[in-house]
Ligand binder design. Sequence first.
Ligand code: IDP
Ligand code: MG
Length: 167
Amino acid sequence: MNEATLILIKPDGLKKSLTGNILTRLSETKLEIMAAKIVKVDKGLATEHYKHLKDKPFFNELIDYICGEKHNRKKVMALVYWGENATTKCRQLAGATNPEEAEPTSIRGSYGRITTSGLYENVIHVSSNKDEAEREIKLWFTPAEVIVDLYPVKESTVNSCTHVVWA
Ligand code: IDP
Ligand code: MG
């Protein structure tokens, strides 16, 4: 079944100059890129993105990590990949969450690390399933930034300006 998934190249991936390498690995999947941009991540976006982890002991450090505070790189590359089993294919290439447990040839196994404080700096985010992908793509991208209509949209008028937003 065709589906979309959100990929983030995290600040450590950008700092380690892995962008080209990661995109090359992802191109092996033959999935289509439907959106791409560089994002300056603020605490609000980070907290919403990782809200399922808000009770974890590593949550605050995770927020600092994705905001780029730990790498002095306040940017993330966000992409939407689309095609057959997109999430499964991309998660397989990414490898396990814990870089020590990830397949050595996977992206996380090759380039991730565990910090001395215990945070998994694992270079790349991939949505965990179809529903999470929809939630995350709607959080990171506006409809106009995605070249196909992945999800229903509606018009919203604010101060006489009409925008297309996710329905
Ligand atoms: P995922 O990124 O493989 O989907 P999630 O459970 O959604 O894994 O966790 C989000 C991110 O939080 C991970 O990619 C990793 O950076 C960090 N993380 C998750 N679990 C742990 C942990 O047990 N210790 C340290 N960091 C973790
Ligand atoms: Mg996850």
